[in-house]
Design a protein around this ligand. Structure first.
Ligand code: G3P
Length: 214
């Protein structure tokens, strides 16, 4: 199991690193915008502290633009994975990156058919968004179940499934039960995963009872 941090916030990433909970980092334009930095600077800063894969997303939607932008991003650091929005030209660019040996992540996956196409185009990773499916009353983790089952049927597919748009610990638990490869988790959800009210109550009781020691 691998856990990535879904963030461009350096302090959030450092907190996860300190707990051994950062096998990699995924970013997107929304997360980069929150840092107030340029894309290049934000990615450089993350790569300066993270050894694992750092996923940086292209903005172009045409094959040439995606390819050019992806190459520029991949030159920032050896551990860059080029994140490409799921679209027709994105698949064409994914195939070219695959031929060049550059790792990719086809993102904004909302159906198993999209995941199949991305895998066949040679994507190193696909990013199904569970939370955004839940937002429209579709059970997001059902999609994880479908993609895991399909990829398991075809051992030649080595595309990894990164569960994204994780909004709660249940998304992680359900996807782990299904057997997804990677979870990319925001700092807030990592913190929620630590907590249990019975743990807090148990600690309080032990400390109270410890006052009775002779
Ligand atoms: O990894 C994708 C993620 O950042 C999107 O999350 O909560 O905006 O759907 P969300």
């Amino acid at each position: 199991m691998k856990i990535y941090v879904d963030s461009a916030d350096i302090s959030e990433i450092e907190s996860a690193l300190a707990l051994g909970l950062c096998d990699g980092v995924t970013t997107n334009p929304t997360l980069i915008a929150k840092t107030g930095k340029s894309m290049e600077q934000a990615i450089k800063d993350i790569c300066s502290i993270v050894d694992g894969p750092v996923h940086a997303e292209v903005l172009s939607l045409d094959e040439e633009g995606i390819f050019k932008e992806g190459l520029e991003l991949s030159r920032i650091s050896d551990n860059i994975v080029v994140k490409i929005p799921m679209c027709h030209d994105g698949l064409k660019a994914t195939k070219r990156f695959s031929e060049e040996g550059i790792d990719t992540n086809v993102t904004l996956i909302f159906s198993a058919s999209q995941a199949i196409l991305a895998a066949k185009a040679g994507a190193s990773n696909v990013c199904p968004f569970v939370g955004r499916l839940d937002d429209i009353s579709v059970t997001g983790t059902d999609l994880i179940d479908e993609i895991v089952s399909i990829f398991d049927n075809y051992p030649e597919i080595d595309t990894k499934i990164i569960v994204a748009s994780v909004r709660s610990p249940m998304h992680v638990i359900d996807s782990a039960l299904i057997g997804a490869d990677i979870f990319t988790i925001p700092g807030k959800v990592l913190t929620q995963m630590e907590k249990h009210p019975l743990t807090d109550a148990g600690i309080a009781k032990f400390l109270e009872d410890a006052k009775k020691f002779t």
